[in-house]
Design a protein around this ligand. Structure first.
Ligand code: NAD
Length: 494
């Protein structure tokens, strides 16, 4: 039998500063660009996790005892290594996830920005001190939690791990990352570069696998906190299981972001922003525009959206979706909506992709941008996350009706309004039921130092995952009362 040379070496766990070959069951890793097998990933067991927890526990005392200003020096160096290796890291994201090279560069650049914020943490986490009675002082300091875990989804193999790694480690925790088994290769380069930057062994560990390893993370008594990013179904499972074993948990779920478009919106800007939001990363972003709420006479904007969307060429400036299963699930949504009476204005099914046979196994899982009008609230496409380059349009007679449609959806990651009226924008800012609001912005991701996080079924747990709010999640407060004057008066709190 001929030996197949894989594009990337077999992925291994990374424990205590070195690759750990576990001899367990393996799964193939496919590139969505052409469907080929590019590597394999181990499906680790609870005992592999236990090794990683022991390594992280062993590293914790020295790491948490290192002054934060020294820890930050490592992350300054690491940020430079991301920059130095930007081409390689972006190519890796492109190959394992399928997004375009431009999108992959943007992902790595965002990881750098996340490191820059982490390097500023010494300026943000000073404690408090006050003389509370004569000679008696109270002080408050932020202390790390211990060993923490971060579980990531497939859609941002480089950036989402950086939502948690720099902040959690800078704040003195040690970590186990469980990347998505679908895109596990970027995580290994992250581990190698952290080591090259000078991170002590055991502070950061990677354990690969699927559901079994996530369940083991939730149950392991040595892990103090779990962050999760992925679908709502799994976010709920992880939140319930991790908190049942008395861990701190922050679980970000799926989304169904509504964009309210009013007739007075700027024609070109609105059309190009809405299309960019629905199609960026092939619609596989938790901040993607999923449903447009057309309020009143918005025909010219919809026509301009079609013009904009036609500029997207699958295989050139529009990447494939992650897998054949995802491809078929998205087709199912479109077909069902069409049968239920919705009108497909722009049909991305079966696109011509140079040199590719879309959807049929090897060939890549490409879909063109798809715009579906006259969707109604009872259709499945209006209620569930599609996660592809597809936008449905639902019509509303006025702003109140539009806001009611947004409010009725169970998710709450993002919502946006496109209008030239400050009053209308203000109404949406006040009344939309989502954690991140855009005014004339299709992808309202708050940039550092602002925090990222949704509401409702898009997030379970308190705090946000990035920015200032994450400090609260990754630390606990130590309150110390001191007295150094034995001659002082004895009172009730002596
Ligand atoms: P997913 O929920 O299938 O997988 C996420 C992680 O959970 C992976 O590491 C996977 O191995 C693990 N997992 C899968 N099934 C599991 C189970 N039954 N029990 C325990 N663990 C399990 O999500 P995905 O398909 O990788 O990512 C896409 C989803 O992530 C979308 O819903 C998207 O909206 C969401 N997402 C949300 C945000 C956010 O900020 N809210 C950001 C990125 C992605």
């Amino acid at each position: 039998m001929a030996t197949i040379t894989l594009k990337y070496p077999e992925v291994t766990n990374f424990i205590a500063g070195k690759p750990e070959v576990n001899g367990q069951q393996k799964m193939d890793v496919h590139s969505p660009l052409d469907g080929t097998v590019i590597s394999t990933v181990p499906l680790s067991s609870a005992s592999d996790l236990d090794k990683a927890v022991k390594a992280a526990e062993a590293a914790f005392p020295a790491w948490s005892g290192t002054p934060i200003k020294e820890r930050s020096q490592i992350f300054f160096r690491y940020r430079e290594l991301l920059f130095k290796n930007r081409d390689e890291l972006a190519t890796l994201v492109h190959t394992e996830n399928g997004k375009t090279m431009d999108e992959s560069y943007a992902e790595v650049d965002k990881s750098m920005e996340l490191c820059e914020f982490a390097c500023s943490l010494p300026q943000l986490i000073q404690g408090e001190v006050l003389e509370v009675s004569k000679g008696v002082e109270c002080r408050i300091e932020r202390k790390p939690l211990g060993v923490v875990a971060s579980i990531a989804p497939f859609n941002f193999p480089n950036m989402v791990p950086h939502w948690t790694i720099p902040n959690a480690l800078m704040l003195g925790n040690t970590m186990i990352l469980k990347p998505s088994e679908v895109v596990p290769i970027s995580a290994i380069r992250i581990a190698e570069l952290l080591k090259e930057a000078g991170l002590p062994d055991g502070v950061f560990n990677v354990v690969h696998g699927d559901r079994a390893i996530v369940e083991a993370i939730c149950d392991h008594p040595g892990i103090k906190a779990v962050s999760f990013v992925g679908s709502t179904t799994v976010a709920k499972i992880v939140y319930i299981r991790a908190t049942a074993s008395l861990k701190r948990a922050l679980c970000l779920g799926g989304a169904k972001n509504h964009l309210l478009v009013l007739p007075d919106a700027h024609l070109e800007m609105t059309a190009s922003n809405v299309v960019a939001s629905m199609s960026g990363c092939a619609g596989q972003r938790c901040m993607a525009a999923a449903q447009m709420v057309g309020i009143g006479a918005v025909e010219p904007i919809i026509q301009q959206m079609i013009v904009e969307a036609k500029k997207l060429i699958p295989g050139k400036n529009l990447g494939p979706v992650i897998s054949k299963v995802a491809y078929e699930r998205i087709l199912g949504f479109i077909e069902e909506a069409e049968k239920a009476g919705a009108k497909v204005l722009l049909d991305g099914r079966n696109p011509k992709v140079e040199g590719r046979d879309p959807g049929s196994g090897p060939g890549g899982y490409y879909l063109g941008p798809t715009i579906i009008d006259h969707v109604t609230a009872d259709m499945r496409i209006s209620k569930e996350e599609v996660f592809g380059p597809v936008i449905s349009i639902i019509r509303a007679k006025d702003l109140d009706a539009g806001i009611a449609i947004e409010n009725a959806n169970p998710y709450g990651n993002a919502a946006a309004v496109f209008t030239q009226s400050g009053g209308n924008a203000r109404q949406v800012m006040e009344r939309a039921s989502a954690g991140m609001i855009g005014v004339n912005i299709g992808v309202p991701v708050p940039r550092e130092p602002f925090s990222f996080g949704g509401w409702n079924d898009s997030k379970f747990g308190t705090c946000d995952i990035t920015g200032k709010s994450s400090i609260e999640f990754w630390t606990q407060l130590k309150k110390t009362t001191t007295k150094w004057n034995p001659e002082g008066k004895v009172n009730w709190m002596s």
